[in-house]
Design a protein around this ligand. Sequence first.
Ligand code: ACO
Length: 324
Amino acid sequence: SRYSRITGTGSYLPPRRVTNADLTAELAVQGVETSDEWIVERTGIRARHFAAPDVTTSDLAAHAARHAMEAAGCGPADIDLIIVATSTPDMVFPSAACILQNKLGIAGCPAFDVQAVCSGFVYALTVADAMIKTGSARRALVVGSEVFSRILDFKDRTTCVLFGDGAGAVVLEASETPGILATELHADGKHVGILCVPGTVAGGKVLGDPFLKMDGQAVFKLAVGVLEDAARATLAKAGRTDADIDWLIPHQANIRIMQGTAKKLKLPLDKLVVTVDQHGNTSAASIPLALDAAVRQGKVRKGDTLMLEGVGGGFTWGAVLLDF
Ligand code: ACO
């Protein structure tokens, strides 16, 4: 049988690092009041990175993709599928994946975006795994890349302190051994209103509100339960148990949600990979950014069993269980 396996990881953060103190000072100028204490206590976030105005999702993605290919020992010409998970693409169309493909100097292989907001990377990895298993691809570049700073309303303190920009990538290859053990995806569109950017482009202008809106408490209430269910579903499919998980690598939105999920899976907190403190919530980029950080810190090693899971706008949620 045929499986897919991650053979390299990479990531990229734009250089401008904004601490809670920096952001608090910038917001104060506009009369928006927040504090390092509030942000740390409610979210665990201490700093985030913001891309320069002329830097796009595909720019961040290209850096992360090159790092992942280097780690996998392959080059752009070896890639036969590109999937980018993003909700902040460079353009309405074409996809960030097509623009990335051109930036990497390759042509011909399929390239497309997956839009599932903060669950985007888990969605993209699931699609790439399925395409490799059916023989449509042998070596995929799966990227999560976002510039959420572009859709933040810096007059709304309940959301603008939470998000950051960045990109993470993996090379996923056909393999005789697993690899990805099980995947689980869900969506429930009745929750559109609790987390959305309601505006769109039409008639030569932006129609509606172009900024992110979130009912944080409603998101919080839904998140922990659905994440546990998705994680348990992948364990059941793979015939594994909580005790088999070496590392939990959740979407990095809020430390309290992440710790809540770890507790439900009976995992000690030292098995939880945390980057939200340094990255903020980078939406579809957060899981591959956290994975790459853990790999480069020597935490995640070859053979470790990883639980990746995410929840985001849509509502969407899902999990991927894999042997690294
Ligand atoms: N600084 C200071 N005070 C603030 C700020 C801020 N940045 N933001 C809100 N407050 C105030 C509020 O006005 C409110 O004041 P009030 O009591 O006088 O009305 C008070 O703080 C409490 O606000 P709550 O909204 O109740 O705060 P809560 O404890 O729920 O924390 C948070 C808010 C952090 C957003 C939390 O609900 C959360 O993390 N929710 C989940 C969000 C999430 O994970 N989203 C991402 C998943 S999907 C995705 O990633 C796209």
